[in-house]
Design a protein around this ligand. Structure first.
Ligand code: AMP
Ligand code: ZN
Length: 287
């Protein structure tokens, strides 16, 4: 395979070695976890989180998986099947939860009743349930890749969303019951992860969530990919520079993290008195 960002080409074995070394270096650079850490990997059925779970198990990390079934029709069912197949083949313990157990309805229905975008309801539920599932672990790892994170940063810079920019990092430290979060694939491009998953024989869902089709992040990714095509290595330099320098940038900033306290209803840490999921559930009872 050709890798323009590094001006080189690899055979299968060399690429796997290159990819794994780079992930190991990322874990060390950002001090994500140690060989003893208990790691919960949030696995969506897509290539990135599958590749991450596979990589960690292959290198003997203490790892379990977590899949959240969001009831988004065929997409969720197909993703669950891929995760179950992966679990059966690898023997990795995977926790499976249904968001409808909490809301008593699927996400589409909740979003309709709350008059909120599906992606907003889905995002709140994912954060909430993943944090809850991870309380018995040292870290929660997600499969966010270079393309995801560079597009997020680009979008946030375009609109000067300083609060979001401040919070974006490869590691989010634990806060009370909110477990430490890490993104070990943060410097691996979609192209690299797709090749790794393919070379390692992983079977993942290729279709994107049907609700993400119009997401603005797709437009930001297209702009960054155009730059990458003309100037290979741009995407990684853009994100890596930010992730490495963010502390020195923000020590100059007057921005402050909001104080968190337990939700009055469920105990989940929140910056409001009642957390967003409990507020959602209360409003759903009224509809
Ligand atoms: P996304 O926000 O869909 O781009 O996903 C980013 C990361 O969140 C994935 O790489 C997974 O680690 C995790 N994730 C997304 N959806 C799910 C899900 N339904 N269940 C478990 N983890 C998920
Ligand atoms: Zn709550």
């Amino acid at each position: 395979m050709r890798l323009c960002s590094h001006n080189t080409a690899f055979c299968r074995e060399d690429f796997i070695r290159f990819f794994e070394r780079k992930v190991f270096r990322t874990i060390e650079k950002f001090q994500m976890f140690s060989p003893q850490s208990r790691i919960l990997v949030a696995v969506s059925g897509g290539k990135d989180s599958m590749a991450l779970l596979h990589f960690l198990r292959k290198h003997d990390f203490n790892v379990d998986g977590y899949y959240l079934h969001l009831g988004l029709g065929e997409h969720s069912d197909r993703s669950l099947k891929k995760v179950e197949r992966f679990r059966d083949r690898s023997g990795i313990h995977v926790i499976v939860e249904q968001s409808s157990d909490l809301l008593k309805m699927d996400v589409n229905e909740a979003a309709r009743r709350l008059r909120r975008p599906v992606c907003a309801v889905c995002g709140s539920l994912k954060r909430y349930l993943m944090n809850r599932a991870a309380v018995k672990y040292d870290v929660l790892a997600t499969g966010h890749n270079l393309d995801d994170e560079a597009a997020t940063l680009f979008g946030n810079l375009l609109h000067w969303q300083t609060g979001y920019i401040r919070r974006q990092s490869a590691v989010l430290e634990e806060k009370g019951e909110l477990v430490r979060k890490v993104k070990p694939l943060v410097l691996m491009s979609e192209y690299e992860t797709a090749h790794y998953a393919f070379f390692e024989g992983l079977d993942s869902v290729t279709a994107k969530c049907p609700w993400s089709k119009n997401a603005t992040s797709i437009r930001y990714k297209a702009v960054l990919n155009d730059l990458e095509f003309r100037m290979p290595g741009t995407k990684e330099r853009f994100l890596k520079g930010f992730l490495t320098e963010r502390e020195s940038i923000f020590s100059l900033s007057a921005d402050r993290e909001p104080e968190l306290s337990p939700c009055v209803s469920c105990g989940y840490l929140t910056s409001a008195g009642t957390c967003s999921v409990c507020r959602m559930r209360e409003r759903l009872k009224e509809t």
